[in-house]
Design a protein around this ligand. Structure first.
Ligand code: FAD
Length: 285
């Protein structure tokens, strides 16, 4: 099923993300985690793509297993900046053969050793190419706090508009921990005429070190309330997990209460976290 068809039903939706293994020996454990999350009947599940593309086969395989074996709509990520046009065509062909209808088209982070002359520079180029095939419902990334490389949020939104004009059908946000940032962003992008559905990306924080580093890299704002939780429970993994799930749940409830219906949880291959969030929303969804 196409994700735009799922989102257009006007009901709150909960979806989850998994990331593929880096090596073959971890494949079974990742597929098992994905299968456990699939049992929660999410609206769809996304499968990330290794930055360099060297593990693209696992993205296709996990997405295919979700679709065929676990009967969940799959969204396969695809990055282009470290790729060639030939490789992109190959992966799109594999996804099509596997019956995958949804692709999240990304640039990817530019590796430090990347050549100046590349086959792709921006996600919009990839989106245009995928659109030309006519085969996929296309998603893209968006950044309520601005992408880290952008001079300011306005310019970033102009480039988001370029992605939509290139053919993207919906966008998924970078994680954020203050819903007001999203509400302000939605107002501003709608004013710019960006009308595609926005899927809110929510990260339940269970691993503090990992998340602090990732927020520093992406420039994500950490509200005082969130920092207090990290200060108090950061050294106690079980307490932090419980608090992180509760914080994410509160964010989701507030989003749905304010009309943001599409919620995507960065579940990081953790079925127990996905289950708790689903349980916490049992009467809301
Ligand atoms: P783009 O949209 O191309 O934007 C990159 C930067 O260039 C931005 O600063 C933008 O403002 C600017 N820009 C865009 N167009 C132009 C233009 N024409 N001229 C000048 N500047 C321009 N990474 C992975 O490796 N694998 C994944 O699976 C993955 N999944 C992700 C999922 C989500 C929901 C999000 C939010 C991010 C994900 N990422 C993933 C990270 C992503 O690849 C990085 O954030 C990357 O740095 C930017 O990718 P993009 O597609 O947003 O790039």
């Amino acid at each position: 099923m196409k994700i735009t068809d799922i989102l257009s039903q006007g009901q709150p939706t909960l979806s989850f993300e998994v990331f593929p293994p880096k090596t073959e020996d971890k494949y079974d454990s990742v597929e098992k985690a994905a299968a456990e999350i699939a049992k929660l009947h999410p609206a769809f599940m996304s499968v990330t793509y290794g930055a360099g593309g060297g593990t693209s086969k696992y993205t296709v395989d996990i997405a295919s297993a979700l679709h065929h074996e676990y009967h969940v709509t799959a969204l396969a990520h695809l990055t282009c900046v470290s790729s060639t046009k030939e490789k992109v065509r190959q992966v799109l062909g594999e996804l099509k053969d596997a019956g995958i209808e949804n692709v999240l088209a990304l640039r990817g982070d530019i590796p430090p050793d990347a050549p100046d002359k590349r086959e792709y520079n921006y996600a919009s180029e990839l989106i245009r190419e995928i659109k030309e095939t006519g085969d996929f419902c296309i998603g893209a990334a968006c950044y309520p706090e601005g992408h880290v490389e952008s001079a300011n949020k306005t310019i970033d939104m102009d480039y988001l508009k370029q992605k939509v004009e290139a053919g993207c059908d919906f966008v998924t946000t970078q994680m954020f921990f203050d819903n007001n940032i999203l509400y302000n962003y939605l107002y501003r992008i709608r004013e710019k005429g960006i009308t595609v559905p926005v899927v809110a990306g929510i990260m339940p924080v269970t691993n503090v070190k990992q998340i602090i580093r990732s927020c520093q890299l992406s420039g994500t704002y950490l509200p005082t309330r969130f920092k207090a939780i990290v200060d108090r429970f950061g050294e106690n993994p079980a307490a932090m997990k419980q608090a992180g799930i509760a914080y994410a749940t509160e964010q989701i409830i507030d989003l749905i209460a304010n009309g943001v219906n599409a919620i995507h949880v960065y579940s990081m291959n953790k079925p127990d976290v996905a289950l708790k969030i689903k349980e916490n929303l049992s009467e809301i969804l």
